[in-house]
Design a protein around this ligand. Structure first.
Ligand code: PBG
Length: 337
């Protein structure tokens, strides 16, 4: 084209965005965000027994593992450079009761897994959840009395569970229960027990989301859960309230904040990062994972590219890292590059 008076010139003047996009090298040169293995936290599911690798039907590619297998997986994750694991137990149904009392047994699955992994793979971080849902017969995150999840009694229980988890070697306590005052209570209990160096990654903004379904299958709470969690998780309609909740956790001593689920709440990731400047992590939850897997299995999307694009979007939204069931897949891909 030699036509120098084309309409576009009058509109763009000298400004042409496409100059920086013209080649792979220019694109790499101006790229603002990058996903690296350091951004990945791998959530894993633990089950009793040994030699067990048990597929979770609603989460293709994700397994429940007995502790010995989890130790092997932890080694592989550490070799790939993944900084930390987040462990979740699928406790036997016979161990679950109204108050989640098995969470206060030192030798429960979560604590034994921490001990074994820490011993065999000391270089990988262990993040443990203190919510009661894997331990309650009703699947709620707290103690249920007369149809109500009682806040303060639950906080007492999870603060004690947090100390036991720290005793077992957990590096970061991640309370996902959304009880009021839990971060301060956990901080106080950890400090009183001499665990000043154990951190708290608060599930500061956890929404009452429909995206947790496959996880509930993974830890066998889907059949147990009575009602829903709307009286303690945040209403998906509320952004400003989520920021207030995060502010309380910061005041109470959280070291890091989490947004959960991830992709539908990128605005919250951004606002929280801007507001507090603390490390912020998104939890790309089970339903998010499963949607990508399911569409890819149908051949309707390119699963690998969608996975990488979604994870990168968390970085662009200000996150310092992502809890993702894709962690090992991504780490292997990145290692090949
Ligand atoms: C509950 C808990 C949930 C998840 C982790 N811990 C939510 C729930 O079951 O209500 C969800 C994780 C996921 O969906 O991947 N404390």
């Amino acid at each position: 084209m030699t036509d120098r008076t084309h309409l576009v010139d009058h509109i763009t003047g000298h400004r042409r965005m496409r100059r920086n996009r013209k080649a792979d090298w220019t694109r790499r040169m101006v790229r603002e965000n990058q996903l690296t293995v350091d951004d990945l936290i791998w959530p894993i599911f633990i089950v009793a027994g040994s030699g067990i690798i048990e597929p979770i039907p609603a989460m293709p590619g994700v397994n429940r593992m007995s502790i010995d297998k989890a130790v092997e997986a932890a080694k592989q994750a550490a070799d790939l450079g993944i900084p930390a694991l987040a462990t979740f137990p699928n406790e036997d149904l016979s161990l679950r009761d109204e108050t989640g009392s098995h969470s206060l047994v030192e030798s429960n699955l979560i604590n034994e897994a921490t001990r074994a992994i820490k011993k065999a793979v000391p270089g990988i971080g262990i993040i443990t959840d203190v919510a009661l849902d894997p331990f309650t017969s009703h699947g709620h995150d707290g103690i249920l009395r007369g149809g109500i999840i009682v806040n303060d009694e639950t906080v007492d229980a999870i603060a004690r569970a947090a100390v036991m988890q720290a005793d077992a070697g957990s590096d970061i306590i991640a309370p996902s229960d959304m009880m009021d005052g839990r971060v301060g209570a956990i901080r106080g209990a950890l400090d009183a027990a001499g665990h000043q160096d154990v951190g708290i990654m608060s599930y500061a903004t956890k929404f009452a989301s429909a995206h947790y379904g496959p996880y509930r299958e993974a830890i066998s709470t889907s059949g147990l859960l009575k009602g829903d969690k709307k009286t303690y998780y945040i209403d998906p309609a509320n952004g400003t309230e989520a920021l207030r909740d995060a502010a309380l956790d910061v005041e109470e001593g959280a070291d890091m904040l989490m947004v959960k689920p991830g992709l539908p709440y990128l605005d919250i990731c951004w606002r929280i990062k801007q507001e507090f400047g603390l490390p912020v992590f998104a939890y790309q939850v089970s339903g998010e994972y499963t949607m990508v897997k399911a569409a890819a299995a149908q051949g309707w999307i390119d699963g690998e590219r969608v996975m990488l694009e979604q994870l990168l979007s968390f970085k662009r939204a200000g996150c310092d890292g992502i809890l993702t069931y894709f962690a090992m897949d991504v780490a292997r891909l990145l290692a090949k590059r």
